[in-house]
Write a protein that binds this ligand. Sequence first.
Ligand SMILES: NC(=O)c1ccc[n+]([C@@H]2O[C@H](COP(=O)([O-])OP(=O)(O)OC[C@H]3O[C@@H](n4cnc5c(N)ncnc54)[C@H](OP(=O)(O)O)[C@@H]3O)[C@@H](O)[C@H]2O)c1
Length: 335
Amino acid sequence: MMVPFLVILGATLIGSLFLYLFPTFLANFLPEQNLFRKYGGSPHTRSLWAVVTGGSNGIGLEYCKHAASQGFNLLIIALPDDCLAAAASTLRTEFPGVLVETLGVNFRDTSLCFGGTLGERLRTWIKDGHEVALLALNAGVCLFEDAAWGTPGQLDMLHINVLANMHVFTALYPTICQRDTAGRRGGVLFTSSCMGCIPDPYGAGYAASKAYLASYALSLGPEAALHRVDVLALCPGFVRGTHFTRSLPKGGLAVLAALRLISQTPSQVASAAWRALGRWGVYTCETGLFGWLSHLCVQYAGGWLLAGAMRAAIPWTPDYRRHIRDSPERCQRSR
Ligand SMILES: NC(=O)c1ccc[n+]([C@@H]2O[C@H](COP(=O)([O-])OP(=O)(O)OC[C@H]3O[C@@H](n4cnc5c(N)ncnc54)[C@H](OP(=O)(O)O)[C@@H]3O)[C@@H](O)[C@H]2O)c1
């Protein structure tokens, strides 16, 4: 009785590991695709545009470089600051044959989205004859704070990471789908995070925002395939060499210093996107060792066990003691 039970259990475990690892690993290790050609671009007759939110730095800038190196013209949507101007100038110098346009907007600005201005500007831009074949929704920020502090940053983060990106999506996705009538494909990339699938105490707002994007992609993928549009939510582990950690507490987080050892570069993440988009029916894809380990932990240990272990460990962690327990915000509240 015991032996058949163990055989069935073992086969189930190995089967589920295979079902996860096989497509994900394949998508991560296949050669990069030429998305410009795949989506019907031609250097002489048909120019295509890639739109990248948060394309002025880090992973988004690498998406821009990948797209431009294949021949896409670029519209970069990011904060209207020096980074945006510098990124556009670097891309124009590195890829002289490519047109680079910028749209400086602060995704924190709710009136821009809910007043309809952002969508309207993008729809006018499309009417001006820009053919978008690739959309990367990547702008994002993260916070490490106790939700009990109730800072406006929590709502700002939801707006930047989810709502503003979804406004861009809503304005551009229909035109990408319409290309199907002429037999042309297109692609939509979401930059989610492996934190969207594991418990992230003091980063609850961030984790939930990233879970939204991954979940959206998983449901959109099969529907978009009927319009010949590839969809992928990339879920990287920790990525070094980006500006991402600037909104974290001063002095940084000890956990991130440890994660650096199994981190990736922005260029590796962009490369994974170019390998996986539209392949093997993969709609969400972890990248990097931390990304894979996170997924496997949730799959085999279960969220409840991970959350329970974190609950027990939190009071002993240096990040909790330094940035939460002894933080100025908490001291102020207890006065
Ligand atoms: N780094 C990681 O470890 C990691 C891991 C997993 C997932 N991710 C995800 O990857 C994406 C890119 O992150 P990254 O690491 O490349 O960080 P990054 O270097 O800080 O890039 C973020 C991009 O978003 C833009 N942005 C930030 N706030 C904005 C706002 N209010 N309005 C408009 N644009 C804004 C930034 O513009 P400025 O440069 O002008 O601020 C920048 O172009 C994020 O969605 C993040 O959640 C990152």
